[in-house]
Ligand binder design. Structure first.
Ligand code: 26Q
Length: 822
């Protein structure tokens, strides 16, 4: 029926209206008169989804018939953010959709607001995976994202009495229109038990794993459409379920309670995302989760390969698997097991395939954040995999010994097993040994990977090491979140090709001094600040004046990111205004946002401090005309999209050498914020691109940090040598921000004065001086606008499209495969 076809796939306003009404009726079961906001959202979502599915099936057909080489991106986290508007943008139907809504007397923005975002990640690493999925599709690279369908994503953050309170994230409560359940795509995942040796029919020695737990992973698919292309890739997330295998049911005959218990236990595995952005010691469930999604994904790939291409010898030609940090690094051992124990392959060919299949991305330099699992736990859950790890290690260490004769300390350093204290499996070493390529996520970080944490491996295999600087998708972080800016850019550039070719933003450069463009640029920024101010007033009660500088620091809370350095600056501004009420100071709104891991006491105390300082300052009429402080609760993708367009100043102030890349830095700068930052992570490259004169740099370099540390860092001396710093810390200690309680912030102030592992005090003076320079430029609006325009103009490098093309060419050896649009 051609009319039906049109309703499901048509892109005109009329087709969209018809589709919406149909979906409201046939999917939601509602007449328009009684539809709830949620019904309206669902009808809109299904309208977009129908159009995705049409392209998806065409893509799948092309990929299957051409036997396309495919990237598999394995990640424990995908921090996707809201789908609806993003999909409308990529379909190219935002305008038609808005018009359709208006014509039906619907509030388009209210429909968008109704969507609950899937928060299946902690922060940067999870969001990077989501940006990469968008760019893989846009760059027309056949890809599957594999991960876990957590029933509860990252917790929702509420602020109560200034403290962070965690609320469980029930994102699936009202159903998820973007996923397609695949009850028939299901794989068994095994745990525990023991291994035995036996001889197969040909008399060859083999190993059999006799597990004591079996669960199923079931696939849920979410289509990922590229921008302005026919290509749709697949995000396949696994949900854990009780095993449906016959043996298991028989085992439970007559034991009804036992069977129900087994079901609950099985489903625990994909129940909740671990809310730490650093490994937590010894959590068996976390290891089970990692193995769960790795095993399902590899079994799925093997099934796909046998169904299409055929012999497993060509597996590494069909698939390249990117490991997003070490969280999926069990894949190295699991692929070996599947190839040998399940497919009957010998060690050498299996190892050859394995090593040609995997690539590993490192995201951290903090030694305490490198993942290890105790051999005990590993053996209890994955006895067969421990044997395989030992055998990989035995062969690998032989190679090291051969290459570095007599260097036994090097052998110990490189071993997959750490032998100090309780023996632990070093997951990064497993990932490096089992991979073809290893990369860091920014130039500085990749250098530090080679010279510090993985130096021994770089000595052995220098050609294995790469850099691919991170990027972010300009679709979500410009077009979706900042339509006014996108519109202005398109007008100034003459067309919208910059959206898929971000280098074209350079066209803006020649307009940076044009007063007319500057005026419109400023209007766009002010309008975004107005929007944010409304949201913040409604959600926190704090009122901000959109005319003042919005100085924003939003990211996960961690000491190395130094949110406390920023709050010391706020306290300094406060004291200066109090001591000298007539003094001229550039008015600012300090906006903070971010979650702390629930068990990270100091990070939570820093949140409390920010809120306590905010309360005092915002209620002090002597200063609140000049400075205000607000904490945006529940910083997530949706709220980030409100924040980035409204920022004048972006705070990127980590201690040099600690932030692998950062990606918020890119999102702010793409939206016209100027950056105050250290020489850390991708800040280095952002500054290189936008020009040193358009970036507010402060603080020690990596080398200076090292020198200070080895000379014996003494924060106490800095405190005593700087009267302003002393006064700021003393004001916290005085109880002014804690209703006279001089103990509340003691753990924080004591830690700064006597430990200060991230050298907040050492960079304090340089930071304050730099903030003065920021203030001086702000007083010259033409200068500020020029710098803001130049920042955006020169951000082309930081599109995730560029990052994906680099992976494709340098690491994956894969070519784009365009899928025709109809
Ligand atoms: C591991 C084991 C057990 C429990 C938790 C974890 C875990 C979970 C999440 C460890 C780390 C993470 C997330 C790390 C992360 O987000 N890293 C950031 O990655 C970004 C993308 O490359 C970089 O831009 C940031 O610099 C880096 O901090």
């Amino acid at each position: 029926d051609p009319v039906r076809e049109h309703t499901r796939t048509g892109l005109s306003k009329a087709a969209l209206m018809q589709a919406y009404i149909d979906n409201l009726f046939y999917i939601q079961g509602r007449f328009r008169e009684v539809a709830t906001p949620h019904d309206r959202y669902m009808a809109a979502a299904f309208t977009a989804r129908d159009r995705l599915l049409d392209r998806w099936l065409k893509s799948a057909q092309v990929f299957k018939t051409t036997h396309a080489r495919t990237v598999c991106y394995l990640s424990a986290e995908f921090l996707l953010g809201p789908h609806l508007l993003n999909n409308l943008v990529n379909l190219g139907i935002t305008r038609a959709s808005r018009e359709a809504a208006t014509e039906m007397d619907l509030d388009f923005n209210a429909i968008l607001e109704e969507e609950e975002e899937p928060g299946l990640g902690n922060g940067g690493l999870g969001r990077l995976a989501a940006c990469f999925m968008d760019s893989l599709s846009t760059c027309q690279i056949p890809a599957i994202g594999y991960g876990i369908r957590y029933e509860f994503g990252i917790f929702d953050q509420a602020i109560e009495d200034g403290w962070q309170v965690e609320k469980s994230d029930t994102w699936l409560r009202n159903g998820n229109p973007w996923e397609i359940p695949r009850p028939k795509i299901r794989f068994p995942v095994l745990y525990g038990g023991y291994t035995q040796s036996y001889q197969d029919q040909d008399g060859r020695a083999r190993t059999r794993w006799v597990p004591d737990q079996e669960i199923d992973g079931m696939a849920y698919d979410t289509p990922v459409l590229g921008y302005g292309v026919g290509n749709v890739n697949l995000l396949r997330l696994w949900k854990a379920e009780a095993s449906q295998s016959f043996d298991f049911q028989a085992f439970n005959v007559g034991d009804y309670y036992g069977a129900v218990h087994a079901k609950i236990e099985a489903e625990t595995i994909s129940k909740v995302l671990y809310p730490n952005d650093e490994p937590e010691a010894g959590k068996a469930l976390r290891l089970k989760q990692q193995f769960f999604f790795v095993s399902c994904s590899l079994q799925d790939m093997i099934r796909l390969h046998l169904n299409t291409v055929g012999p497993l010898e060509t597996f590494a030609d069909k698939f390249v698997v990117q490991l997003n940090d070490t969280h999926p690094s069990l894949a190295v051992a699991e692929l070996m097991r599947l190839l040998m124990d399940e497919q009957g392959m010998e060690w050498e060919p299996a190892w050859d395939i394995t090593r040609r299949t995997f690539c590993y991305t490192n995201h951290t330099l903090l030694p305490e954040a490198l993942e290890t699992w105790s051999v005990n736990l590993f053996e209890r859950l994955l006895p067969r995999h421990l044997e395989i790890v030992y055998e990989i290690n035995r062969r690998f260490l032989d190679e090291v010994r051969m290459r570095f004769l007599g260097d036994e300390s090097r052998v110990a350093r490189m071993s997959l097993i750490a032998e100090e204290g309780v023996r632990r499996v070093r997951m990064a070493h497993l990932a490096v040994v089992g991979s073809r390529a290893v990369n860091g996520v920014a130039a500085l970080h990749s250098e530090l990977v080679k010279t510090t944490i993985l130096k021994d491996f770089h000595d052995l295999w220098p050609e294995k090491f790469h850099n691919v600087t991170n990027g972010v998708t300009p679709r979500r972080f410009m077009v979706v979140s900042n339509p006014r800016l996108a519109h202005l850019i398109t007008e100034v550039c003459g067309d919208d090709r910059w959206i898929r070719d971000l280098g074209r933003l350079r066209e803006l450069e020649s307009h940076a001094d044009d007063p007319e463009v500057q005026a419109r640029w400023r209007q766009v920024k002010t309008a975004a600040k107005q929007d944010l101010a409304v949201w913040l007033r409604q959600n926190t009660g704090v009122e901000l004046n959109p005319a003042v500088m919005f100085d924003v620091l939003a990211k996960r809370f961690h000491e190395y990111k130094r949110q406390h350095l920023s709050i010391l600056h706020v306290i300094r501004c406060y004291q200066r205004l109090k001591q000298n009420p007539g003094q001229e100071m550039v008015p600012r709104a300090f906006v903070f946002g971010g979650k702390a891991a629930p068990g990270y006491y100091l990070a939570k105390l820093i949140i409390k401090l920010i809120n306590s300082v905010a309360e005092v300052i915002n209620h002090d009429p002597q200063v609140n005309g000049s400075i205000r402080v607000v904490f945006m609760p529940d910083f997530n993708v949706k709220n980030g999209q409100r924040l980035y367009p409204a920022a004048d100043l972006s705070e990127q102030i980590s201690l040099a050498g600690k932030e692998a890349s950062g990606t918020g830095n890119m999102k702010f700068s793409m939206n016209g914020a100027l950056t105050i930052g250290t020489l850390d992570g991708a800040n280095v490259e952002i500054r290189e691109e936008v020009g040193a004169e358009n970036f507010f740099l402060f603080g020690m370099t990596v080398d200076e940090v090292r020198q200070k540390q080895s000379a014996g860092y003494r924060p106490w001396d800095i405190y005593n040598g700087d009267p302003e710093l002393k006064a700021d810390i003393d004001l916290i200690s005085s109880g002014l921000f804690s209703y006279g309680d001089t103990n509340l912030f003691r753990p924080l102030t004591d830690h700064l004065l006597h430990q200060d592992p991230f050298m907040v005090l050492a960079d304090y003076r340089a930071y304050l001086d730099c903030q003065e320079r920021v203030g001086a430029v702000w007083r010259d609006p033409a200068q500020w606008d020029r710098m803001s325009i130049l920042n955006v103009a020169r951000m082309g490098k930081f599109s995730s499209d560029r990052a994906i093309r680099e992976y494709a060419e340098r690491i994956w050896q894969i070519e784009p495969l365009p899928v025709a649009l109809n």
